[in-house]
Structure formats: structure tokens, C-alpha cells
Design a protein around this ligand. Sequence first.
Ligand code: PEP
Ligand code: MN
Length: 338
Amino acid sequence: MIIEMRPDSTLADLGRVISFVENLGFTPRPHHGAERTVIGVMDAAEPDLAPVAELAGVARISPLQSKGKLVSRDFRTEPTVVKVGRLRIGGPRFVVMAGPCAVESEEQLLATAKAVVSSGGHVLRGGAYKPRTSPYSFQGLKEEGLRLLALAREKTDLPIITEVVAPDLVPLVSRYADILQIGARNMQNYALLEAVGKARTPVMLKRGLMSTIDELLLAAEYIMSNGNEQVLLCERGIRTFETATRNTLDISAVPVLHERTHLPIIVDPSHAAGLVQYVPAMALAAAAAGADGIIIETHPDPAKALSDGPQALTFPMLNDLMKQLGTIAAAVGKPLVT
Ligand code: PEP
Ligand code: MN
């Protein structure tokens, strides 16, 4: 349920409503928005809270429309802006995260970080722990990969996003990462969602290969209900009958998610398309559809990449794409972060 306070209500009114709800045995979650103050009560049904409507300062009580509560637009109407150092994600500007699928070596990562800076990107991506479909594929450099990411940040000032694959790795990865990535395969790993929910580092949650939008939102709810409200959602393509592309980019997820949640929406055109020749068009489509940013794979020599080479942009391709993105993003009123 949502309790909405009147614009002229006082702090004392709010305090009384909170105590009243607590005395009923429920947990009130107040949120002070720009337009209104609301109190979410996730554990109560309508009849339980009916007397609250009579209290001073209460405008109305209403059921939540969506399955996720804290993630929902009913609870928080204004967009969440995720803060990563000086960077803002989910605000008025479009953000580009770029880098290799996996951190492979100092040389590879530093070259990529420099290319990301010179083409105008804002965040460096790179996997140190790689959840691979085959146990015989390259699994990542692990902590050494994290150290290299930190070195690249030191040299370029780019914040870093990297994947965390297990709950017991959350403290270690959080010491290095500016944004923790939850991979598609782990979207419903609830122990991991709880662990990143208890962390204070922003999290980017990728949509599972076979997950619906409601399931994605409920997975984000796990993170938020554990206390971490700095959450980005990422559409990275879903599995369909189509085999021409690695996955099918569900571009409609962008407006649907914007309607249902206040959380920022990032699109990953690389894992969606799987083939480099389709990636730029998908990236531009994401900007045109109103996404808050993209995360994209690039590599100094895609043919030699240890993972996801076929979908990696070369540096000149990234540079060209950034120029086109600038045009599209500005045209839809969300220019690139400068
Ligand atoms: C990745 O970002 O390199 C990755 C493994 O992505 P996903 O979890 O979307 O497959
Ligand atoms: Mn990858």
C-alpha cells in the first residue's frame, strides 16, 4: 500500500502516521519526493490500513500497481539518479560505458581505457570474473583483473564497472568497482542479490536470458529491499526463436521499464546482437528509444579477444559510433554526458 501525504502536511503529521503504522505491526518506508511525500507499507493490505486515511495530513491510501514495490513508479514518481563519483546516470544526459568483455592484460586494458576516453566514453567496463557457458572457456583474471581495472581508473579517471559472480566476492569486488554488475545468468541468484543489496556500491542488474520484465523488476526489488537503492537495470537481449542474432534486443523494454520504474535503464547492444556489424544500429536504437545509457564491448584486436570477440567494436568503430550517438541522443533530448 502507498500512503500519500498532503502537500500541506507537517513533519508531526508524518511522524504520527509512521507511529500508527508501526503500532499496527507493519514497516513504514517513507520517501520524500520532489512533488510529494509517500509512505510505502509493503507488508499490509488495504483493510489493515483503512484507519490511516482518517489521520491528519493524509491525502489518500492506495494499492501499489506493480508487483515490485520500491522499484515502482507508484512509490517514487521522479527518476532515480545513480551517482558514480561526479557522473550521474538516469539524469538528463546519456551515459556510455565501454570496454572489453574480459580484462586480459595490462596492455589490452590500458589501450582500451585510453580509446574509451578519446572517443568520449564515460565508464570503463571489463570482466575480471567471467561466467562462461563452457567451463573450459577463459574464466577471467579474477583479483588480478580487478587490480588492472583500478590501475586503468587511476590513469584515466574513468569509473569502472565489473561483474560480481558470487555473494562471498561482493566485499572484494566492491573494494575496486564503482558499479557492480550482476550478469544475466545471475539475475535470479537471490543470495547474490541480497549481498549486493547490503553493499553501498551502485549495482547494474542485467535482465536474464529468459526473464520477463516483471521478473527483472522483482530481482531489482531484492536489491532495493536490502537497502541499496542505487540500481541500474540493463536490457541485454533475450532468447527467442531467432538465431540470426545472439539474442533478440527487446527495445520495447526501454519504454515499458520507464513507465513502470523510476530506475535508470541501460541497454547492452553487444550481448543482444552478438555480431559486431549489428551492434551500432542497436546502440543508436537504444538512444532513440530513450535509454539512459548503453554498455558496449570494444577491444584493441577483436579477432584475438579471449571472450566475445565477434561482438567487439574496434576503436575506430567506437569512435564513429560515439559521433552518431551524439546526434541521436541530442535529437531525443538526452545529449551525451560531456
Ligand atoms: C558481460 O557483460 O560480459 C556478460 C557476461 O553479459 P551477460 O551477463 O549479459 O551475458
Ligand atoms: Mn561479454
